[in-house]
Write a protein that binds this ligand. Structure first.
Ligand code: CA
Ligand code: CA
Ligand code: CA
Ligand code: CA
Length: 249
């Protein structure tokens, strides 16, 4: 017998990725030999949001997540044939340089986050600086910000395949009360078992063009007027993660 569809039942159908608690310490150094990474399951970065489908060498990627009470931990394995950083200013068109983009919505609320901290879209650049937009100070101007203390990351080229790099990140989780003018007043959340957060991952790949050539994400996005580039402004397109206990806990 068919159940009637309600908006709540649609929400509850949002697939959630179970993220295990790491049983051991992770060193953020671009080396994935930390024992804790064996606890995570590989997830693919294979949904093309901008551009056409890249070849494996041009771009391919996968990632794992684990957590501890202090932070969410990400390890991404990225294959990108050309690393390109055309804009030396980390706040100028950072999405058109190669960048790992980490989307976090602390309370899984969804909704608009273009000019507020309801959610974050950390664009982690090749120099490991993290940029996002903050609240508008003037009506007509974007307010690009560096939020480097939110994401500690290191990437290294791998020896096992040409063009492969290992990118590790420790992501502190801030909620929508984040005060960017007084960052010392804002403290990251302590993470606990059962917590749900909005999450996605993506990679902006550019190999030498004026604008990024590919934007490839971890999850499918329903286009709005043909445009799948929604994550930087709308947390409702994020997927959901749930923090679980680790192995043998
Ligand atoms: Ca490591
Ligand atoms: Ca490429
Ligand atoms: Ca939120
Ligand atoms: Ca590239």
């Amino acid at each position: 017998m068919a159940e009637p569809q309600s908006s709540t039942s649609v929400d509850s159908e949002k697939s959630t990725l179970a993220v295990p608690r790491a049983n051991s310490h992770i060193i953020i150094d671009g080396n994935s030999s930390d024992k804790a990474w064996q606890q995570g399951n590989w997830q693919l970065l294979n949904h093309v949001w901008v551009g056409d489908k890249p070849s494996r060498e041009d771009f391919s990627g996968r990632y794992k997540l684990v957590w501890q009470s202090d932070a969410l931990y990400l390890m991404a394995e990225i294959v990108d044939d050309v690393l390109f950083d055309q804009h030396p200013n980390p706040l100028h068109r950072y999405w058109d340089d190669d960048a790992l983009e980490i989307f976090i919505d602390e309370d899984a609320s969804g909704g608009d986050h273009t000019h507020n901290f309801n959610a974050f879209a950390y664009h982690v650049a090749l120099d490991n600086q993290s940029a996002d937009m903050g609240p508008r100070e003037r009506d007509d101007k974007n307010n690009f910000l560096l939020l480097n203390h939110h994401v500690e990351s290191v990437w290294r080229r791998s020896t096992d395949e040409p063009y492969k790099m290992i990118w590790e990140a420790r992501i502190l989780i801030f909620d929508d009360s984040y005060d960017y003018k007084n960052p010392n007043n804002s403290h990251p959340k302590t993470l606990t078992v059962g917590k749900k957060m909005g999450f996605m991952l993506a990679y902006c790949d550019n190999d030498g063009s004026q604008h990024r050539e590919h934007f490839i994400g971890s999850h499918p996005i329903t286009p709005v007027d043909g445009d799948m580039n929604q994550g930087y402004k709308n947390a409702s397109v994020f997927a959901e993660i749930t923090l679980l206990k680790g192995d043998n806990e």
